[in-house]
Write a protein that binds this ligand. Structure first.
Ligand SMILES: Cc1cc2nc3c(=O)[nH]c(=O)nc-3n(C[C@H](O)[C@H](O)[C@H](O)COP(=O)(O)O)c2cc1C
Length: 206
């Protein structure tokens, strides 16, 4: 079957994407509003962009209910800063609590019982319980679609500082078995990084 996504309701198109673009890593994004309220929410439309300068990106969609901007995007556009925290398996429940659609004056660190720890270069705190966190300065927001449900935005951030807990760092590499990052599937499902296999890469002439 060949599908033209422009002919279907956005939710149907969304379901096809989250069921086939898998597994997705999770950016647990902390921001601080202009008024000084901390915000924390997970985003699985998330990946790396470049190593020099170290750059990452994630995509907050418009709210499904009213097409408004999510608090995370509003804070980033106002302050130009955010932190991406990596979710270990032990933090899955807490992460899920921060996905509730709460008003901007609610601090999700408090809702989920998490510790905001001051960042080195940005006002937004990192999650103290996380073993890896990327402090970012906003590089660019690319708005995609109109201001209504189904639309999104690509948020690119230049990493100013990278926090890595000493115990997960081994000669410049991350110890995956200690970090235990989780990935998002469709619906309420998640995956661990424990079912791995290797494939040798071909050597190239260049
Ligand atoms: C694991 C997980 C991944 C999510 N990924 C996304 C995502 O990629 N894009 C998005 O717009 N919302 C995503 N959500 C939903 C947001 O976290 C949710 O809308 C949240 O309330 C946004 O918070 P904010 O308004 O404080 O920014 C995800 C939720 C969960 C539980």
């Amino acid at each position: 079957m060949i599908i033209d996504p422009s002919t279907m309701p956005w939710l149907h198109a969304y379901r096809l994407m989250i069921g086939s673009i898998l597994p997705r890593p999770i950016a647990w994004v902390s921001t601080t509003s202009k008024e000084g309220v901390h915000n924390l929410a997970p985003f699985s439309f998330f990946t790396a962009v470049a190593a020099e300068p170290m750059t990452i990106c994630f995509s907050p969609m418009r709210r499904g209910s009213d097409g408004g901007k999510k608090d995370t995007l509003a804070n980033i556009e106002e302050t130009g800063e955010f932190v991406v925290n990596i979710v270990s398996e032990a933090l899955a429940e807490a992460m899920n609590r921060t996905a509730a659609d709460l008003p901007p004056e609610v601090d999700e660190f408090q809702v989920a019982g998490l510790t905001p720890v001051a960042s080195a270069t940005v006002r937004a705190p990192r999650v103290g319980e996380c073993l890896v966190a990327y402090e970012c300065r906003l590089l660019q927001v690319v708005h995609v679609g109109e201001a209504k449900p189904g639309a999104g935005a690509l948020v690119l951030g230049t990493v100013q500082r990278l926090y890595v807990a000493d115990e997960v760092l081994d000669q410049g590499r991350i110890k995956l078995d200690l970090l235990q990052p989780i990935g998002r599937m469709a619906g309420n499902d998640y995956v661990r990084c424990t079912d791995r296999f290797s494939v040798e890469r071909p050597t190239t002439g260049r």
